[in-house]
Design a protein around this ligand. Structure first.
Ligand code: UD1
Ligand code: CA
Length: 460
């Protein structure tokens, strides 16, 4: 029997963050801290997980994988008390080993969780604590060793002068033998400066019971928690640099790497250049040989090869090879831009399909539209999709020419090859290959403004 589970401690409030929301929802690279830990657990192959949640639990539940169990901790009485809330989960699951992790230490790696587990099993430990050597141990529990073996974890608040100087700290992550953990929780007290149930007391308990305990030295980042906004900003910077390094190693060109932010799940192909001021996040994928930026934000965007996106936004949309967007355009959710589409400056596109090689180059709004291939939109085209109550679609065939400053009032269909004169307001469907012009005729009154009679300034 080798059944393992994880208990994820996440009942902390956002007091030190000065936030209304639970601390574990504070974000590192646009992802809640607890989602990072959940991802690390998944990467280590640990599927049985129980999160201990407190105030604001509905919000936290929403970012956890659906298969997670939840235990509630209504009163915050310390990390040991939090694990007590998961006692039933541990008992009922008949687990042999239990990992305990903190939801506010997002940079723990799957590799460290797995390697610590291997060591825990090899050494047949009652408890294996993940530790790290850090340059500034302030605020963390200190690892006290006797004859090289871990003998206790002492919290900052309880530490004497000598203990405060120890630079090996408790990462807040552990592997426990389940049966030992349940026993240790039973005897746990609150005789410490903070009057809390300390999970860290389990190390001393193991020694008292003559059970083997051990320490696994993890990457120093594993220990980095965020209790306040300053430490959150530091975590963001560490995570940001890691992602940038991975991309550089993959052949992405980021000449001013300090000015680019890329989320952990983003994939970018080789020979793509990312210029300063870009934020790429969510599940964004960018192909090879693209030019992104400066000042571009891509969110859950799928960008093909050889695209150019300059000073623009693209969200939850698919952009095929060879597309050019911007400067200053906004591709909102639900768009598919076909190969070699050109979206120029100050163009907003929403919930629309734009066919290959179509050009919408200037100052336009295209919403809820299906546009064919090889169309040309002049400057200032508006699909009038909203009548004040309902959104309607505009359908445009292949090879359609739409002259400048035209309004297409949806629902409306323009067939293939339609030629729409400039300044037209299209209100009814137009059959294929027709010319449509809908504007008042031009009138000219000769000499009406003779010698600037009606416009004196214009007369010099
Ligand atoms: C804890 C450790 C410390 C370690 C540090 C690593 C203890 C006593 N101390 O200190 O040795 O170096 O983590 O980051 O364990 N939580 C609950 N319910 C509670 C209290 C805490 O769910 O009643 C959760 C928090 O949401 C957080 C985690 O447990 O995710 C750690 O709690 P926190 O108060 O941040 O502990 P630290 O003081 O950082
Ligand atoms: Ca903490």
């Amino acid at each position: 029997m080798e059944k393992a589970c994880a208990v994820l401690l996440a009942a902390g409030d956002g007091k030190r963050m000065k936030s209304e929301k639970p601390k574990v929802l504070c974000e590192v690279l646009f992802q809640p801290m607890i989602a990072w830990v959940a991802k690390a657990l998944a990467g280590a192959g640990i599927e049985n997980c129980c999160a201990v949640l407190g105030a604001g639990y509905e919000q936290v539940r929403g970012v956890l994988p659906a298969h997670y169990s939840v235990a509630m901790q209504h009163e915050r009485k310390g990390t040991g008390h939090a694990v007590m809330m998961a006692e039933d989960y541990i008992k009922n699951g008949d687990f042999r080993d239990v990992a305990v992790l903190c939801g506010d230490a997002p940079l723990i790696a799957s590799g460290d969780i797995s390697a610590a587990y291997d060591q825990h099993k090899t050494e047949k430990n009652a408890v294996t604590v993940l530790t790290a050597k850090v340059s500034n141990p302030t605020g963390y529990g200190r690892i006290v060793r006797t004859d090289g073996k871990v003998s206790a974890i002492v919290e900052q608040a309880d530490a004497d002068e000598a203990t405060v100087l120890i630079d090996e700290i408790n990462a807040g992550a552990y592997w426990f033998n389940a049966e030992f953990l349940l026993e240790a929780l039973k005897g746990m007290g609150t005789s410490n400066v903070q009057g809390e149930y300390y999970l860290t007391d389990t190390v001393a308990t193991a020694i008292k019971l003559g059970r083997p305990s051990g320490a696994y030295t993890s990457h120093p980042d594993a220990a980095l928690g965020a209790n306040d906004r300053r430490s959150l900003a530091i975590l963001n910077e560490i995570a940001r640099k890691k992602v940038i390094d991975r991309l550089l190693d993959n052949g992405v060109d980021i000449p001013f790497a300090g000015q680019v932010v890329v989320g952990p799940s983003v994939e970018i192909g080789a020979d793509t250049i990312i210029l300063p001021g870009c934020i790429l996040k969510g599940e964004t994928v960018v192909g090879n040989g693209c030019e992104i930026g400066p000042n571009t934000q891509l969110t859950d965007a799928a960008i093909g090869d050889g695209c150019k996106v300059v000073s623009s936004f693209v969200e939850a949309s698919r952009v095929d090879d060879g597309v050019s967007i911007g400067p200053m355009s906004n591709i909102r959710p639900g768009c598919h831009l076909g190969p070699d589409v050109k979206i120029g400056d100050f163009v907003e596109v929403k919930s629309s399909n734009i066919g290959a090689k179509t050009s919408i180059a200037h100052l336009s709004y295209i919403g809820d539209s299906d546009v064919g291939t090889r169309c040309n939109f002049g400057c200032g085209i508006v699909t009038v999709n909203y009548d004040g109550n309902t959104k309607h679609r505009t359908t445009i065939g292949d090879g359609v020419f739409v002259g400048c400053n035209s309004n297409l009032i949806a629902p409306v269909v323009l067939g293939d090859g339609v030629y729409c004169g400039a300044g037209t307001t299209v209100t009814k469907d137009v059959p294929a290959w027709a010319l449509v012009v809908g504007r008042s005729r031009q009138t000219v009154r000769e000499d009406w403004n003779k010698s600037g009679a009606k416009f004196k300034k214009g007369n010099g």
